[in-house]
Design a binder for this molecule. Structure first.
Ligand code: AMP
Length: 283
C-alpha cells in the first residue's frame, strides 16, 4: 500500500492510473477504523482496480464547541487494517495541505442540509461537501463509497454530485453494527460502560418503530412519542432529534406511509450518536 501525503502527488498519481485505464474507487474517512469502515473498503475493492482511502479529520466540518481536538486517532493501526483489506493507496494529507493560507472557498448544498443534523450543526455539511469535493478532485475516483449510517451525509453528497455534474458513482453501504445492534462509530470509544448500555436505545428505537409499522401505526407523532419514552427510559440520554421524514428530501412527514426515514440523534453522556433506518422497506 502506498501512503501519500501531498495533494499534488496524489492528484498526479490518480491521473496516471486513469490514463492506464484503471477504475479508481475512493473511501473518504476520518480514521480510527472499525469494521464499518473496512466494509466500505471491501465494497470498493469489489468494484475497482485501485482502492484509495483518505484519512483526514476535517476541521471545517466541526463546530467551535465540538470534539475536533478529542477526535480519536490511530494512524498506524488504521494503515495496518487498510493494508489487510487490500487498499492500494492511503491519502493522508495534513490540514495545511488541504487548507493552505488564503483558502476561502466553500461548496454548499442548500436544502437537505437544513434538516436533522443540520439543525444543531449548522455549518457541518458545508465542511463535508467542501472537503469531499476537494477529495474528488484530488483522487479522481470513478466511484466513491459512503456509509448509510450517515444517511444525511450520503444524501447531501449525492445531491452535490448530481447538481455539479461530477462524473462519478456514489455507492451507499448499509450500517455495520456491533453484535448487540449498536451502530459502529469511532465516537463509541468515548462511551463508558454504563453509557454503552444506554447507547442501545438508538437501535431499540428503530426496532420499536418497525414493530409499530407492523401493527399498522401510521401517525408520526405516535412514533415520536413512543421513541422519546423509550430513549428517556435509558440513563444519561438527551435527545437531539427524532425525525420521521421523506428519504429523499428529508422533509418531515406527518404520516408513515410507504418508505419513511426514521433518523435520530441522541447524546449519551457527552457523546452524540446517530442512527437511522428506512421504515416500510425490507431490512
Ligand atoms: P467517518 O470516519 O466516521 O467520517 O466515516 C467514514 C465513512 O464510514 C462514512 O462514509 C461513514 O458513513 C462510514 N461509516 C461510519 N460508520 C459506519 C458503519 N457503522 N457502517 C457503515 N459505514 C459506516
Amino acid at each position: 500500500m502506498e501512503v501519500i501525503e501531498a495533494a499534488d502527488v496524489m492528484q498526479q498519481k490518480a491521473e496516471e492510473l486513469r490514463q492506464e485505464g484503471k477504475v479508481l474507487g475512493l473511501v473518504p474517512t476520518m480514521g480510527f477504523f472499525h469494521e464499518g469502515h473496512l466494509e466500505l473498503m471491501r465494497v470498493a475493492r469489489k468494484h475497482c482496480d485501485v482502492v484509495i482511502i483518505s484519512i483526514f479529520v476535517n476541521p471545517m466540518q466541526f463546530g467551535p464547541k465540538e470534539d475536533l481536538a478529542a477526535y480519536p486517532r490511530d494512524l498506524e493501526g488504521d494503515l495496518t487494517k487498510a493494508r489487510q483489506v487490500g487498499v492500494d493507496i492511503a491519502f493522508i494529507p495534513t490540514v495545511d495541505h488541504l487548507y493552505p493560507e488564503g483558502f476561502e472557498s466553500r461548496v454548499s448544498v442548500e436544502k437537505v442540509t437544513k434538516h436533522l443534523c443540520g439543525l444543531s450543526r449548522p455549518t457541518h455539511f458545508d465542511g463535508v461537501t467542501t472537503i469531499v469535493a476537494k477529495l474528488f478532485n484530488i483522487t479522481k475516483p470513478h466511484l466513491a463509497v459512503f456509509g448509510q449510517k450517515d444517511y444525511q451525509q450520503l444524501t447531501v453528497i449525492s445531491r452535490m454530485v448530481k447538481d455539479l455534474n461530477i462524473e462519478l458513482q456514489i455507492v451507499g453501504v448499509p450500517t455495520y453494527r456491533e453484535p448487540d445492534g449498536l451502530a459502529m462509530s469511532s465516537r463509541n470509544s468515548y462511551l463508558n460502560s454504563e453509557e454503552r448500555k444506554s447507547a442501545l436505545c438508538l437501535k431499540k428505537s428503530l426496532d420499536l418503530a418497525r414493530e409499530m409499522v407492523g401493527k399498522g401505526e401510521t401517525r408520526s407523532a405516535t412514533f415520536k412519542q413512543a421513541i422519546e419514552e423509550l430513549v428517556h427510559s435509558h440513563p444519561y440520554t438527551q435527545i437531539d432529534y427524532v425525525s420521521l421524514c421523506d428519504p429523499v428530501t428529508l422533509d418531515d412527514v406527518d404520516t408513515v406511509t410507504g418508505e419513511t426515514l426514521l433518523a435520530l440523534a441522541v447524546r449519551v453522556g457527552k457523546t452524540r450518536l446517530i442512527d437511522n433506518g428506512v421504515l416500510g422497506k425490507a431490512e
